[in-house]
Design a protein around this ligand. Sequence first.
Ligand SMILES: [Zn+2]
Length: 238
Amino acid sequence: MSVQVLAIAAHRDDVELTCGGTLARAAALGQATGIIDLTKGEMGTRGTAELREREATRAAEILGLRERVNLGFPDAGIFNTNETRAALVREIRRLQPAVVLAPALSGRHPDHRITAELVRDACFLAGLAKYAPGSAAHRPKKVLHCLSYREDHVKPTFVVDVSDVFEKKMAAIQAYESQFAGAVQAGEVFPTTESLFDVIRHHAAHYGSLIRVRYGEPFLTFETMRVDDVAALQVSTF
Ligand SMILES: [Zn+2]
């Protein structure tokens, strides 16, 4: 079963936090979507890996995913090696995504930073016919890096309008009750004096304001975006 949009992240709940709205929006547009979680979250301070699995399944239902896969890499021990690349290549070739959503290339958790590089490398290698022969080569057309919550001054290449599906994103995050009930910090979201869910909402409102909508999710690409009709460009200057 192939998917059009595939998000790959280190830990269950990373995708929901950084690009859950974009996946929900793709599903609303009729596109098949999926998530690959690289670890089972056994190093997490809260909850157990089993509980997080049930929560991840619930979140997948809320986001309308076609598929959610867990590769069982060691939590807090992800490395970009021949073995981890090969495992990811197998899944990329099986799911044949057109677009892959990856973590930001920097972050407070080393798993996030290393996963970003691992995902880019695996997407490239998956397209080499002679790499791991036995499954058909497939290279995603694009890799998009999620920029939500980043503090480094990287201007998003674009922001996805997730206003219509934002409450779905929040519900998918709230499915991780063991992680977030009463929590003030999650993933790359630093604590303030507000509830975690309010902080997430305010971040999304900021990104939305960059494209003059209520809620948005920001992304970075290294390749330049193409425009065919400058008169149809969105987002007003004034
Ligand atoms: Zn994480």
